[in-house]
Write a protein that binds this ligand. Structure first.
Ligand code: RTP
Ligand code: MG
Length: 137
C-alpha cells in the first residue's frame, strides 16, 4: 500500500553533515520525497510532536537535544514507507541498532538522558498523518 510518512533529520544529523548521506539512502530505497524544509524546532512544537513522552525522565534532555539546532523535516511517500523507513533507521538506541541502518552506522552519542539518534520516523499511519499536519501546517 502506498503510504506517506513524516521523516526528520535531527540536529545531530544536520550538524555532523549527514544530510546528503541520509537523503541518498531514502532515494536508493526508491521512496519519494514530497516536501522538505529546514526548521528550528521550538519546545512548544516538540511538546506536540513528542506528546507521548512529556513528563518522562528523559524528556528535558530530549528537548535540549532537539532544540540544539535546525532539523530537516520531510514528507516521504512509497509502498509501506511507515514501517520501511523505521527499518532503514534502525532501533532507537544506536548502540543496539543493526549495522547497515542509519542509527547503527552513524549514531553514538547522548544528550543527558536522551539518546541522539540522527533521524526520526512516524511509528504508525495515524502518527504520520498527525505529524505531517503538525510540521507542514
Ligand atoms: P523517534 O520518535 O525520535 O523517531 O524515536 P523512536 O520512535 O525510535 O523512540 P521513542 O521511544 O519515540 O523516543 C523518542 C526519542 O527520545 C529519546 N529517547 N531517549 N534514554 C532513553 O531511554 C530514551 N528513550 C527515548 C530518543 O532521542 C528517541 O529517539
Ligand atoms: Mg517515536
Amino acid at each position: 500500500m502506498v503510504e506517506r510518512t513524516f521523516m526528520m533529520i535531527k540536529p545531530d544529523g544536520v550538524s555532523r553533515g549527514k544530510i546528503g548521506e541520509i537523503i541518498q539512502r531514502i532515494e536508493h530505497k526508491g521512496y519519494a520525497i514530497k516536501a522538505m524544509k529546514m526548521v528550528q524546532p521550538t519546545p512548544e512544537l516538540l511538546a506536540k510532536h513528542y506528546a507521548e513522552h512529556v513528563g518522562k525522565s528523559f524528556y528535558p534532555s530530549l528537548v535540549q537535544y532537539m532544540t540544539s539546532g535546525p532539523v530537516i523535516a520531510m514528507i516521504g511517500e512509497g509502498t509501506n514507507i511507515v514501517s520501511g523507513w523505521r527499518t532503514i533507521m534502525g532501533t532507537t538506541n544506536p548502540t543496539l541498532a543493526a549495522p547497515g541502518t542509519i542509527r547503527g552506522d552513524l549514531g553514538r552519542e547522548w544528550e543527558g538522558e536522551a539518546v541522539m539518534n540522527i533521524v526520526h520516523g512516524s511509528d504508525s499511519v495515524e502518527a504520520a498523518e498527525y505529524e505531517i499536519k503538525l510540521w507542514f501546517a
